[in-house]
Design a protein around this ligand. Structure first.
Ligand code: ZN
Ligand code: ZN
Length: 168
């Protein structure tokens, strides 16, 4: 897990600190499925800006997730660009103005990154935007085998005609 020690940076109001961090990402559970970050470690642009009453943290990176497609359960790869920011007030009375990712002098970058990715996920993760999904009749993948079951559900009168024709 990636964390950042806030002790290593001393900023005066108005000052800024920038760094490149290797952030370790953890798998996400989404819609009952598991999505694995590939690669597990991504480079992230990390920033700290000291304001008069607190510090603004920023984190930017792109996560690549691998997991099942919502429609066809095939492999889906999703790129999730993240630009997150958090604020930590200086005075501890100001509880609403603190980030949950700072504990003591430690910033939990991995947990922050994980939550930011979870919030940025689309409603449905698909292998491709026009994924045809699975056939409701037979369960086959309609991307691999486009088909319909029209004949079996055709007009019964045609079936009767067909039966008559075969008798002749
Ligand atoms: Zn699909
Ligand atoms: Zn089918």
């Amino acid at each position: 897990m990636t964390s950042f020690s806030l002790r290593q940076v001393k900023l005066r109001p108005g000052e800024q600190y920038r760094d490149e961090l290797e952030v370790e990402l953890s798998p996400l559970d989404f819609g009952g499925q598991r999505y694995v970050p590939v690669p597990e470690q991504v480079p992230a642009a990390f920033g700290m800006t000291r304001a008069n009453t607190g510090t603004v943290f920023t984190l930017a990176f792109t996560a690549r997730l691998h997991g099942p497609c919502y429609r066809c359960l095939g492999d889906a790869v999703l790129e999730v660009p993240i630009e997150a920011s958090e604020y930590q007030a200086e005075s501890p009375e100001d509880e609403q103005m603190t980030t949950p990712y700072v504990t003591g002098a430690n910033l939990d970058v991995s947990q922050w990154a994980h939550d930011a990715v979870a919030l940025a996920l689309p409603e449905k993760i698909l292998c491709r935007p026009d994924c045809a999904g699975l056939c409701g009749e037979c369960g086959k993948n309609l991307n691999d085998e486009p088909h319909t079951h029209a004949e079996e559900h055709g007009d019964p009168r045609w079936a009767a005609l067909e039966a008559l024709r075969q008798k002749q």
